[in-house]
Every structure is written in structure tokens, then in C-alpha cells.
Ligand binder design. Structure first.
Ligand SMILES: [Zn+2]
Length: 152
């Protein structure tokens, strides 16, 4: 495993144009999925090295990744050899503390991306592994937990 593979954000940044670091772990760049010269794409590297993308013009994460020739899976750190995801074993960020909507939405976006990546792998292979099933169950639990907290 090389350093680039260990940091998905590196894979991403080298493909983007007009990249500017705006804060530690946060960048702005031109969005490859739509025409425009403004740096509409916000890139955030999470503590667990997952990459969060947001185009202020409204492009979907899948469209941005596709425009760069990347798969959504490229936005996630490599899997552990046994297929178990270390980052999912951690408790959700700020457990016990009330999230604002602005904090929950990126967290939920990541969960949904995880689900999309897992489902994509399942569709390609035509079968489900036990660890994939466990990840889906965990993602659903987190989304339900988020929903409950938003109402709590
Ligand atoms: Zn865009």
C-alpha cells in the first residue's frame, strides 16, 4: 500500500484544477462536473481519511467522482485486510452531544455513500459477504439514530 492509496484525498486533489487549501484538511477547487471558473467544489478530509465532497452548484458526488475517472470507493480509505472497517467500529462523532443539522447532514451523507459503495460491490459480485451485511446494518442503525436525535 502506498501513501496515496492510504489517503484518498491525495488521489482526488491531484486530479482537480484550481485547488486551494482553505484550512487544514479543507480545500476548494473547480468542480469537474460542471462548467464554471469559480471554485465551487469543497473538499474535506475527515479524521478517518474519508473524503467529503460538496459542489455548491449542486453536482452530485457520483457525478464529480465520475468526471475525474474515479469510483465512489476511491473516496474511502482502503479496507482492512479482513474487510472489516476500522472507521465504522468507532463511535459516531460527538456521541452524546446534540448535533446541529449542519453537522448531521455531512455525517449522514457519508453513511449514505458507504451504503452506495457496499451496494455497488454487491451488485458487481452478485453476492453479499457477512462484513458487507454488517456494514449496511450499522449504517441503517446510524441513520435511524440520527433521525431519533434530530427529533430528541
Ligand atoms: Zn459542480
Amino acid at each position: 500500500m502506498n501513501a496515496c492509496a492510504a489517503r484518498p484525498v491525495t488521489t482526488l486533489l491531484v486530479r482537480l484544477e484550481g485547488v486551494r487549501e482553505v484550512a487544514p484538511g479543507r480545500w476548494r477547487a473547480r468542480c469537474p462536473a460542471h462548467d464554471g471558473h469559480r471554485p465551487a467544489l469543497a473538499i474535506t478530509e475527515c479524521d478517518d481519511r474519508r473524503v467529503l465532497l460538496h459542489c455548491f452548484a449542486g453536482c452530485g458526488v457520483d457525478a464529480v467522482a465520475a468526471a475525474l475517472g474515479l469510483d465512489l470507493a476511491d473516496l474511502f480509505p482502503p479496507r482492512e485486510p479482513d474487510g472489516y472497517d476500522v472507521h465504522l467500529a468507532r463511535p459516531a462523532t460527538c456521541h452524546g452531544r446534540r448535533f446541529t443539522d449542519a453537522q448531521w447532514l455531512p455525517a449522514l451523507t457519508l453513511e449514505l455513500l458507504e451504503v452506495m459503495v457496499v451496494v455497488g460491490a454487491i451488485l458487481r459480485r452478485g453476492s453479499v459477504t457477512a462484513s458487507e451485511h454488517a456494514r449496511l446494518v450499522r449504517s441503517v442503525a446510524r441513520i435511524l439514530d440520527a433521525e431519533a436525535r434530530c427529533h430528541g
